[in-house]
Design a protein around this ligand. Structure first.
Ligand code: NAD
Length: 489
């Protein structure tokens, strides 16, 4: 058995992180990751990995979160497969330089935007979708031709060790590495100079990541969270609305999802009807004893269980529970819980819930919902259920959020032609589909000139005639150019 001293020496520290980055930089400098062939081979291997090891992936998700197989498959495995397939299908097109127009002032010339890999990038991922949130950015990094280090979340330990094992087995280890660990290991990584840091997690650590990146002027993508609202109008198909809200809240990792509804806004008058329908549908989905339903994930660990219990136990909240509220500390389960009109100064009204509790906030008029949302930080997603065309339009044009979905929840992340990311407190940068490729690519501006057309007017000695000519040229005025050439003022 290794002595304590040996274990200490083998810890992943700043020096180890430095060696790791040096090794990867060597791979990048050698040009290995840049070729189309290398990128395709890695993406194909990733796809093969997911196809061959789906059972192990589901098992790890069950071990970390009791995630039902259906959710594991649909929300993590299928999305990663699709991401690999889209990248493989489109990669050639994405890698092509894009010809762009030039101006009269550079005539004769041609111009293009050449996508180039950034170099060596770091991906730090979160625990709630520990497979998806780790592998999806890695797909983007590889597609864009980078070497990449993945730091999975220590809060999902089964998935963290599986990712280390699988990525080492399936991918090119000279360009793709997995570093497991928590704060010390991540801090050692963050001290290094990266060409991009892609972080998924909460905004508090997002600030730590951004500060570390600033030291090296490293660009970041921050995939953060926040309180995502759902406005529900009274003219909706009630059953479909209730089912979709349940689907996006409790059937997505029991509310532990960045785009899960955090609170509903509806009118005082309509709230009882809406809540009753949600209750009826919850009963159909999870039965009388939801704590023992196999179709609902558990809370990830005792810290998060304590955090959520504290939100509920608050005096300003506990009396406002209108559904659920059952908890089981030993199994880390919390039943789907609805809280109606919690006190404005309670913690639950301000902190991201990130769990099975759903707030209902009532307003006089449904239109007031827009002001309520705008009085808080910009959310990662904002949802509205309505048949009112004007209200839909007002919602889309007046709410600033990472995304807006009308009449459903969370489905936007299935659409790989849409960017996925936040704005303001909910994050910066985006990915998915081509946006993932772009997130890890530098778009290099290239202007081609020949030795022809060397206009003397651009060189000293400067004269009034030359100035007239250059002004006309920069204005793009053919008439002005002719006048200047003929010496007219
Ligand atoms: P987490 O605890 O797994 O932390 C995320 C990562 O940060 C981990 O890899 C962890 O090791 C690292 N980390 C933790 N403390 C650190 C420190 N002091 N220094 C450096 N690194 C550190 O995940 P979390 O933050 O609990 O995740 C939940 C949050 O993430 C929620 O706010 C949620 O909305 C957000 N989220 C966003 C997305 C998205 O795609 N936008 C997806 C999932 C979760």
């Amino acid at each position: 058995m290794a002595s304590e001293e040996q274990v200490k020496n083998s810890a992943f520290d700043t020096e180890a992180a430095n060696c790791l980055v040096k090794e990867l930089r060597g791979t990048v400098v050698a040009g290995k990751t840049k070729s189309y062939e290398w990128r395709v081979s890695q993406l194909k291997s990733l796809l093969k990995m997911v196809e061959e090891r789906d059972k192990q992936i589901c098992d790890a998700l069950f071990s970390d979160l009791s995630k039902p197989e259906m959710e594991a498959f649909i929300h993590e495995i299928a999305l990663i497969k699709n991401s690999c397939k889209v990248s493989l299908k489109k990669l050639k097109e994405w890698m092509k330089p894009e010809k762009v127009k030039t101006t009269l002032s550079t005539f004769p010339s041609s111009a293009e935007i050449v996508p180039e890999p950034l170099g060596v990038v770091l991906v730090i991922s979160a625990w709630n979708y520990p497979f998806l949130l780790s592998v999806d950015p890695v797909i983007g990094a590889i597609a864009a031709g980078n070497a990449v280090v993945l730091k999975p979340s220590e809060i999902a330990p089964a998935m963290s060790s599986l990712l280390k094992k699988l990525l080492e087995e399936y991918l090119d280890n000279s360009a793709v590495k997995v570093v497991e660990g928590g704060v010390p290991e991540t801090s050692a990584l963050l001290e290094q100079k990266w060409d991009k840091i892609f972080y998924t997690g909460n905004g508090r650590i997002g600030r730590v990541v951004m500060a570390a990146a600033a030291k090296h002027l490293t660009p970041v993508v921050l995939e953060l969270g926040g309180k995502s609202p759902v406005v529900v109008d009274s003219n909706v198909d009630l059953t479909v609305t209730a089912r979709r809200i349940i689907g996006g809240k409790w059937a997505c990792n029991n509310g532990q999802a960045c785009v899960a509804p955090d609170y509903i806004i509806t009118t005082k008058q309509f709230a009882p009807t809406l809540i009753d329908t949600i209750k009826q549908e919850l009963l159909k989905f999870y039965g009388e004893d939801p704590l023992n339903s196999p179709d609902i994930s558990r809370v990830v660990n005792s810290n998060h269980f304590a955090r959520l219990s504290k939100l509920l136990d608050d005096d300003r909240v506990s009396g406002k529970i209108v559904h659920g509220g059952q908890t089981d500390k030993s199994s880390l389960k919390i039943a789907p819980t609805i809280v109606l009109d919690a006190e404005e100064d309670s913690l639950i009204m301000h902190e991201e819930i990130f769990g099975p509790l759903l707030l209902v906030v009532t307003v006089e008029k449904i239109e007031d919902g827009i002001d309520f949302i705008n009085s808080r930080s910009k959310p990662l997603a904002a949802y509205i259920f309505t048949n009112n065309k004007q209200l839909k339009q007002d919602f889309v044009s007046n709410i600033s959020s990472g995304a807006i979905v009308v009449n459903d929840i969370s489905l936007h992340l299935m659409v790989d032609t849409l960017p996925f990311g936040g704005v303001g407190e909910s994050g910066t940068g985006a990915y998915h589909g081509k946006f993932s490729f772009d997130a890890f690519t530098h778009k290099k501006a290239v202007l081609h000139r020949s030795f022809l057309g060397d206009a003397p007017a651009r060189y000293p000695p400067y004269t009034a005639g030359k100035l007239r000519l250059l002004k006309a040229l920069l204005d793009g005025s053919i008439f002005g150019i002719i006048r200047a050439l003929f010496g007219f003022s």
